[in-house]
Design a protein around this ligand. Sequence first.
Ligand SMILES: [Zn+2]
Length: 383
Amino acid sequence: MLLASSWRRIVTVTAALLQTAKAVTNFTGDVLNGIPVISYLDLNDVPPAAMTRYYLYGSELNAGVIPLHIPIFVARGPADTFESGKKLSISAAVHGDELNGVRVVQRVFEELETKAASLNGTVIGIPTINLPGIYLNQRNFFTSSSSGFLTNVNRIFPGEDPLEGASAPDSLAYNIWNHVWGNTSNVDVALDLHTMSTGSDAPLWCYADVRLPYVERLAKLLEPDILKIDEGEPGSIETTFVDAEIPAITVEIGAAKQWRTDYQDRVVTFIERLLDDLRIAPSDSGPYEPDLSDTWTAMVYHNLPALHGGFAETLVKVLDDVVEGQEVAIIRNAWGDVLEVVKSPKAGKMLRVATDPATEPGRSVAAVTYNTTDPDCAAGCII
Ligand SMILES: [Zn+2]
C-alpha cells in the first residue's frame, strides 16, 4: 500500500514530465454522453472547421469516484486560420444561480456550429462553470469539509494547484484557468456572463475596467442599459484576465433564476457584433458604431443598506431616475410598524432593487448609480 505522500510524489513527478513534454490535449479515457473527458486542452488538437464538445476534469468530490465534469465547447475555423485568427472565451454560471448566460453560451455555439467552416479563429465556451452551485441552485460552491462551507468561485481565480493540496473550488478555478484557457494563451478577449444575485431585479449591464485598451469598446458593443466603469474585483474571472492584459468584461444579464429571453437576445446580438469586431466571423458592413443613446454610464455603484431587520417594500424600479433624498424602500417589522425609510443619497439611476422582501440589518435593499468628480473614484468605485 502506498502512503498518501508517495502517491502525491508520483502524481507530481508525472505532472512534471507532462509539463516538460510538448503539451497535447490529454484525454482521460472517460466518455460521458458520447463526449470525451479531457484534463488538458491544447487548441492545436481541436478539429478544424468544426464545433467540438468536451468535458473538462474539473475537480473531485468527497466520495472520490465521480469527478466534476465541466462542459466545454470549442469552435474552430479551418486550420489555416489557427495562427492568424483571434481567440474569444465566453463563460457563464461561475455563480450557480445566475443562469441567463447559460442559454446565451448555448445559443452562440448553436450558431457557431453552422459557421465553423468559415470562422477565422477560435471560440471557447463554458456554459456552467460552477456545477456544485447549480446543483444546489445557489451562488457559491459547497465544500463538505469542516461541516461545510461555501466559496465564491469568482473571487479565487486563477485558483491553486490541485497537486499542492488545493481545495475543490480552487482546483476547479486552476484547471479552467490553466487547462482550458492555457494561462491566457488560449484567450485574446474574454466575456464572463452573470446576473444580479438572487433576491433583486436588475437590467442588462456590465462592469468594465476601461483602463485596459479595448475594454471600453467591448462594453460599448454590448449597448448595455448601464455601463459601470469599474476597477474590478481581485480573484474574479474578469479582473484576473484584465490583470494579465487580456480585455474582459463581466456582463450582468437581469435577475438570478429568471429566464429573460429579451436580454439573452441582446447578449447574443452583442456577441455577433464582437465576433465581427474581432474578425472571427466578419461581416461586410465595416466597424460597428454602437448606439449608446439608451446607455447610462456611471462610475459609482452605491448600495443602500437597511439598518433594521424586517420586510422591504421597494418604491422604485430598476432604471428609474431618482433625485437626492428620494424614498426607495420602506422597512416594516412583523407588526407592520415602519422601522425606516431607505433614501437615495444622490441623484442617479437605479441599478438594483430588492424583489425578495426578507431583510436583515445591513442588507442592501437597492443600489443607485451616478457619477462623481472624486479622483479616488476615477476608475470606478462601489460604496
Ligand atoms: Zn455573479
